[in-house]
Design a protein around this ligand. Structure first.
Ligand code: NI
Length: 263
């Protein structure tokens, strides 16, 4: 009687639990399938990262780069003329949120005023390049004056961050072939120009800056922008989002140069 009671109870419980057990089994297997898919995706991503190109900076072969010769989907986004006390920190927040590394061509006089912003750039994985001491038009200057413009700024960046700049960008893009060659020999800097100029300094509006940067991007491209203008900073989240959607990855200019002639 006792045994019958237990077995009846057991049978009733089994019947009562059957739908629960079935649902439970279905849920588990669905979860398992999802987990399996996620693991597969993760391992694919991991493989991709492991088999990605070597981005270790190399000694630049050319005196000057307006873009880098690669068909790999890499871009460098660059910001000139800062640092600016409010716009640059806001830009750094945006870059951090999007996990994007950029290159800042700083003016020496601004670098002196805001060394803590330079330290933040380096701490967050960005690159700092030399944009002269006071935004000088180098084509108007003697070799001694060019050396001072670049030398003083080089030391200012090094003193602020402990990291020596490896690149320069001539203000207004104004530089002669012989200056490029001499600067490369003297400082080791290639002169970095650009492949996309949205003319953001003319303040054409956020959506125009966005569409010019996005539509101009090609593999190996160097995008020009200015972190001293608020509307430029306002454009950057959409620029990064749209270019990532198109499959581009952002690297610093020195990392991009490491891809020159590869792929
Ligand atoms: Ni400039």
């Amino acid at each position: 009687m006792k045994a019958l009671t237990i077995s009846t109870f057991g049978l009733v419980m089994l019947l009562a639990l059957t739908p629960v057990l079935q649902t439970g089994c279905q849920t588990m297997s669905k979860e398992e399938r999802q987990a399996k898919r996620a693991a597969k995706k993760k391992s694919k991503k991991g493989n991709k990262a492991r088999s990605g190109p070597d981005l270790t900076p190399v000694v630049p072969q050319r005196d000057s780069y307006g873009r880098v010769n690669t068909s790999l989907p890499f871009l460098a986004i660059t910001f000139d003329d800062g640092p600016h006390p409010t716009n640059t920190p806001r830009l750094l927040d945006i870059l951090k949120a999007h996990d994007v590394k950029a290159t800042f061509f700083v003016v020496g006089t601004n670098a002196r005023r805001y060394p803590q912003i330079l330290r933040r750039m380096i701490a967050e994985g960005h690159e700092i390049g030399n944009h002269t001491l006071d935004h000088a038009k180098l084509t108007n200057l003697s070799p001694a004056a060019v050396e001072k413009e670049l030398g003083v700024t080089h030391q200012t960046i090094l003193d602020a961050t402990g990291v020596a700049p490896r690149l320069m960008r001539p203000p207004y893009g104004a530089i002669t072939a012989s200056q490029k060659s001499w600067i490369k020999k003297k400082f080791g800097y290639p002169s970095i120009l650009w492949s996309v100029d949205p003319e953001d300094w003319k303040r054409p509006g956020v959506s125009v800056v966005t569409s010019r940067l996005v539509s101009g991007a090609r593999p190996g491209g160097i995008l020009l922008a200015h972190d001293i203008h608020k509307p430029t900073i306002d454009a950057i989240p959409a620029v990064l989002q749209q270019l990532k959607q198109r499959g581009f990855q952002f690297v610093t200019v020195s990392q991009l140069i490491a891809l020159d002639g590869k792929g």
